[in-house]
Ligand binder design. Structure first.
Ligand SMILES: [Fe+2]
Length: 104
């Protein structure tokens, strides 16, 4: 594991951009952990082991949400577009298109 989150020379990136990159990687890792637990839970036969995995996955939901909120605070345009999609009802694709179009 190295510095794969950077697509530009790290020493040329401002500190805020490096922090942003770390949080993006963290968000991705939390999503990956949620996925791993989802799969483990699906195949685990032992009820008490499954309960522990469900508890762990719940914690990953929190981590993902905190990372996402940090990123949305850091990028107001992202927040604006996300607000048109997240926690809504209706056609997700349509909401996404409308939200992107309305954002400035
Ligand atoms: Fe986590």
């Amino acid at each position: 594991m190295g510095f794969e989150q950077y697509h530009e020379p790290a020493d040329e990136l401002p500190s805020e951009t490096r922090t942003f990159a770390r949080m993006i990687v963290s968000l991705s890792e939390e999503a990956e952990a949620i996925n791993w637990y989802e799969q483990r839970i699906a195949v685990e036969k032992d009820k008490s082991a499954r309960a522990i995995m469900q508890d762990a996955q719940k914690e990953e939901f929190k981590h993902f949400a905190m990372d996402l909120e940090w990123l949305l605070r850091a990028k107001p345009l992202w927040r604006e577009i996300a607000q048109g999609v997240l926690f809504t009802k209706g056609d997700i694709t349509k909401l996404g298109d409308q939200s992107e179009e309305a954002a400035d």
